[in-house]
Design a protein around this ligand. Structure first.
Ligand code: PGA
Length: 255
């Protein structure tokens, strides 16, 4: 199975999210093999978007979560509250949150533990900056982020866990990393987590300037379980091609 995560970021309001969810559903129509598709609207649009995707093959994800069940945490939302809205997946530690909201590896770890506890599937984002890559530290940085994010994490038999390798310099820049670069990092991540989690519970995805043109090149690789799509997920013509690429790969595997 291949997975596509659509991260709508703060790009669409409630009405636009409803319209985009409808259009996204249509991208699956008529396909023999469909990928797992998770749309992540802004928090305020989750309820309305849920009405569109309920009883469909599309799952609902959130873009963030807090790590406590309840309490005096103004402005925050717990995992249980998200599950009440029909949310099944949650993005944790996106580089935009790390950069603009001061999210640390320790906070990412607390969020991962909380998400697993309430039965949400964490989609943990890791990736190096341009300077870190140029300094030859890309793998080391990702290694540290992965180690920190999953400290003390245990999966129950039905739990699942996604890691999205998203080089910071590739996000929103139109400059995706090379497939080889992604494969090298994916292999390291998988290797690191092999002892802690079983292979069928873990998915490793690529994110960063994925679009209709380059999606197939990533998705056809066995090591790439899917893609996390930002900018191109709110441009339905682009997104349609990403879904088509995943379907094509799945159909080829099925034949
Ligand atoms: P992008 O964003 O596809 O616009 O580069 C990816 C992401 O959500 O991080």
């Amino acid at each position: 199975m291949k997975t596509i995560i659509a991260n709508w970021k703060m790009n669409v309001g409630v009405r636009e999210s409803v319209a985009l969810a409808r259009a996204t559903l249509l991208t699956l129509r008529g396909r023999k093999q469909i990928p797992e598709l998770v749309i992540c609207p802004p928090l305020v649009a989750l309820s309305e978007t849920r009405k569109v995707v309920a009883h469909s093959a599309v799952s609902l994800g959130a873009q963030n979560v807090f790590w406590k069940d309840a309490g005096a945490f103004t402005g925050e939302v717990s995992g249980r509250m998200l599950t009440e809205l029909g949310v099944s997946h949650v993005i944790i530690g996106h580089s935009e949150r790390r950069a603009h909201l001061g999210e640390t590896d320790a906070m990412v770890n607390l969020k991962v533990l909380h998400a697993l506890e309430v039965g949400l599937i964490p989609i943990v984002c890791v990736g190096e900056t341009r300077d870190q890559r140029n300094g030859g530290r890309a793998l080391e940085v990702v290694r540290e982020q992965v180690l920190a994010a999953f400290k003390s994490a245990r999966l129950r038999s039905n739990d699942r866990l996604y890691v999205a390798y998203e080089p910071v310099w590739a996000i929103g820049t139109g400059e995706a990393c090379t497939v080889d670069n992604a494969l090298e990092t994916h292999a390291m991540i998988r290797d690191m987590l092999a002892k802690q989690f079983s292979g069928d519970q873990l998915k490793v995805l690529y994110g960063g300037s994925v679009d209709g043109e380059n999606a197939y090149g990533f998705l056809r690789e066995r090591e790439v379980d899917g893609v996390l799509v930002g900018g191109a997920s709110v441009k339905i013509n682009q997104f349609k091609d990403v879904v088509a690429a995943a379907s094509e790969v799945l159909e080829a595997q099925h034949d």
